[in-house]
Design a protein around this ligand. Structure first.
Ligand code: ADP
Ligand code: MG
Length: 532
């Protein structure tokens, strides 16, 4: 009896092949953007919005992917982006390559279960090998290493040519938001919350006019000219409601007999508003930020009280400010008894809030916040596409520096880790006398896709370069006294092999390890499917 299902059904070989085809299609899209010589993509959505980017996760996010297996890959890139922040292109390419090779094995008659366990074994061995042999403690060379890692991550991006300038800025920014562990908390190490680094995009001038500002900058100005331009010892009220003249609710009808009474109602409406504002001011607030509007009447009261008020602050910014200043976002003044009041405990604090001119507009700076330090990268650039891409590139670099500082371990880039692992896993495969052997050796081959793609994108002879790279790593692993060669990676501009650790092409170890993990997980997820 045939199983009746609504729709189409395909099984076994067919499903796997169609999944692999879909996944390869996705990987082929991002392939050419890998590495410092990778190219950018221009994506146009159906409204006509344009994104120009080199970032794997961004490219995949913009694609309208329908195939379920391909979606796994898109999610993979997204996961890498949120967990590691960099390496999104690499992880996609690696996952697709693993899957392609796994599918070949299945066709040769190896059972998927064996392949999966082989891949897991290879992964485990690879991670162990990286940790034991390939990592270098990052603080050995200090700041220089952080700068190099930041430079490596931005080398393929739009800001690559100015990487000296931006790498310094990124490292300064991350170090500025260093947060020491709280007294008595389980965490021993300092944290570097990248979310405290605000990126503000300002049109005009050139990228090199971008600057790092200590403090929180908001793209809003005072709501009225009469307000002071700065307030010291600021107490910030963070509101999420409209400040406007109180209006009678819709549908309420009031019968008046005399014209004078109308005037009375109007007066009362104004008084209610005034009382509300008094409550906020009396609580001690001298800077009022709201995500909604403030009308002229309310502005007048704030001006009289000598406070700064800003309207239409983005909720996202508001949350950051709340975190940094220790304030609470207040959504209503009403309390449980039906009265209205403003609790002074909700106020955030800052040493100074000041409006300053930047470029053609004004920004509001909040400096000296007690909870966590905050800083802002004010980016300048010719157009929106450029600014957006700069933002994405800087995000990657910020994450790289953060990872580096938090985990204190780096590895050489430019295919060095992949080639070393490939050589090691090849001999490891020989030592495994079970069916998993084939899967392990396919895994070792798959890793070479990274150096190969890097070389192809750089218009170099990939076959020859990768062969030379393998030879170097073979020497490093088999000859005592030549271990230094384990940092050999590609020099993409010269088409040669060099010591990438010395050349300053470095990446956080954690990003390599995680991307291998994620790639294996994704490949296995798709490989497990045999019925659709
Ligand atoms: P991803 O989205 O995966 O981060 P990138 O386009 O940033 O992709 O490319 C990262 C790869 O490029 C890494 O393998 C890194 O080692 C390599 N790479 C970056 N800079 C250099 C360089 N100057 N020389 C050689 N390889 C480099
Ligand atoms: Mg990168």
């Amino acid at each position: 009896m045939a199983l009746v299902i609504d729709g189409e059904r395909s099984t076994g070989e067919d499903v796997r092949t169609s999944n692999v085809t879909a996944v390869m299609a996705i990987a082929n899209i991002v392939r050419s953007s890998l590495g410092p010589t990778g190219l950018d993509k221009m994506l146009v959505d159906n409204i006509g919005d344009v994104t120009i980017t080199n970032d794997g996760a961004t490219i995949l996010k913009q694609l309208d992917v329908e195939h379920p297996a391909a979606k796994v890959l898109v999610e993979l890139a997204d996961l890498q982006d949120s967990e590691v922040g960099d390496g999104t292109t690499s992880v996609t390419i690696l996952a697709a390559e693993l899957l392609r090779r796994a599918n070949m094995l299945v066709k040769q008659g190896v059972h998927p279960t064996t392949i999966m366990s082989g891949m897991r074994m290879a992964l485990k061995e690879a991670v162990k090998y990286v940790k034991e042999n390939l990592v270098v403690p990052a603080d050995e060379l200090g700041r220089e290493n952080l700068i190099n890692a930041a430079k490596t991550s931005m080398s393929s991006k739009i800001i690559g040519p100015d990487s000296d300038f931006f790498a310094n800025m990124v490292v300064d920014a991350v170090q500025m938001v260093r947060t020491e562990p709280e007294e008595g908390s389980a965490r021993k190490r300092a944290r570097y919350p990248v979310s405290a680094i605000h990126i503000l995009k300002c049109h005009g001038r050139s990228a090199l006019d971008s600057e790092l500002v200590d403090g929180f900058a908001l793209n809003t100005s005072r709501a009225a000219q009469g307000m002071p331009t700065f307030v010291e010892n600021a107490k910030l009220a963070l509101l999420d409601f409209n400040l406007q003249r109180h209006k009678m609710q819709m549908g309420v009808s009031v019968v008046v007999n005399e014209v004078r009474e109308v005037e009375g109602i109007r007066q009362r409406e104004m008084d209610i508003t005034k009382e509300r504002i008094r409550k906020i001011i009396d609580a001690g607030a001298n800077v009022i930020l709201t995500t909604k509007g403030i009308d002229d009447l309310c502005l007048k009261y704030f001006v009289e009280a000598g406070a700064i008020a800003c309207r239409r602050v983005k909720m996202e910014d508001m949350r950051r400010i709340a975190r940094a200043t220790g304030g609470q976002i207040v959504t209503t003044l009403a309390d449980l008894e039906g009265n209205e009041n403003f609790d002074p405990a909700n106020l955030g604090r800052a040493e100074i809030v000041r409006e300053e001119r930047v470029g053609d507009g004004e920004l509001l700076y909040i400096r000296g916040t007690p909870r966590s330090a905050a800083c802002t990268l004010v980016l300048r650039g010719a157009n929106e596409y450029m600014l957006d891409e700069m933002d994405r590139a800087l995000h990657d670099s910020l994450m790289v520096v953060k990872r580096m500082l938090e985990s204190n371990a780096l590895v050489a880039g430019g295919g060095a880790v992949e080639a070393a692992l490939s050589m090691h896993l090849e001999s490891y495969a020989m030592s495994v006398a079970t069916r998993e052997q084939m899967a392990i050796s396919e895994f070792s081959e798959a890793l070479l896709v990274i150096p190969r793609t890097l070389a192809v994108n750089a218009a170099q002879d990939a076959t020859e370069l990768v062969a030379r790279l393998r030879a170097y790593h073979h020497t490093a692993q088999s000859n005592r006294g030549r271990e230094q060669l384990k940092y050999s990676g590609l020099d993409l501009f010269e088409g040669a092999v060099r010591d990438n650790l010395a050349a300053g092409v470095v990446e956080p170890a954690i990003s390599k390890i995680k991307s291998m993990r994620f790639a294996v997980e994704a490949a296995i997820t798709i490989l497990r499917i045999d019925d659709m």
